[in-house]
Design a protein around this ligand. Sequence first.
Ligand code: FPP
Length: 251
Amino acid sequence: MRLGNLPNHVGIIMDGNGRWATARGLERPHGHREGAAAVRRTVRAAREKGVRALTLYAFSEQNWARPGGEVEALMALLQEFLVGEREEILGNGIRLRAIGNTKRLPLVVRTLLGGLIAASEHNEGMTLTLALSYGGQEEIAEACRTLAARVATKEIDVGDISVAALRNEMPSLAVGDPDLIVRTGGERRISNFLLFGLAYAELHFTDVLWPDFGEPDLDEAIAAFQRCERRFGGLGEGAASSQRASSPSAT
Ligand code: FPP
């Protein structure tokens, strides 16, 4: 990993807690508990490296379909995290945000979350965004509803609906589009995470289960990002400077 050229915004799909526990003959919530410890390690490592924004997929809108006991265990861990990490967050200038349908969270979690978001809102270090009851498709639909309502009240014209206008309505992208998406746990899919913003993100998949994830794994993901040439549909530095315009790719 080099010090320069860090991804500005890193998103992580934290997968593999259940398998980590099952492999040890433990109940799934034990895996989530170890997963929460990996969250702490990763937040610290990302901040120390100088990542400006970290978005963690902690609970999807679809995760409500899990058995009640598992959902309860996850909510209890979240509550514990918000209490236990308060000092770490405030003491290190981290700005906490949440994206998703947070109205569905238990009141105690919402209260703690709201309190820490408010207390950290002027912090200027890394922005930590917890995706909670979050879905990328749901976020796009919500942005469409907002713009459609403005068209209905004639605040804007249909022609004003642009990529930029949609992006402006997506809380996940207030810290910029993600540059790097990491998924742990060996599966290679996006599972409804940051769908609109990841158009040009580099994707890094690792077999490491989330509870085992640590600083070396974050370094590996960042190093992989740094090896990529990002072209955003253009030709990239090398091709442009050598005037070779032969590649038809728009990647
Ligand atoms: C996916 O693993 C993980 C989740 C659905 C929850 C992620 C939660 C944490 C990392 C801990 C709590 C979070 C915070 C912010 C304190 P899985 O259960 O789908 O694993 P599996 O694919 O092995 O079954």
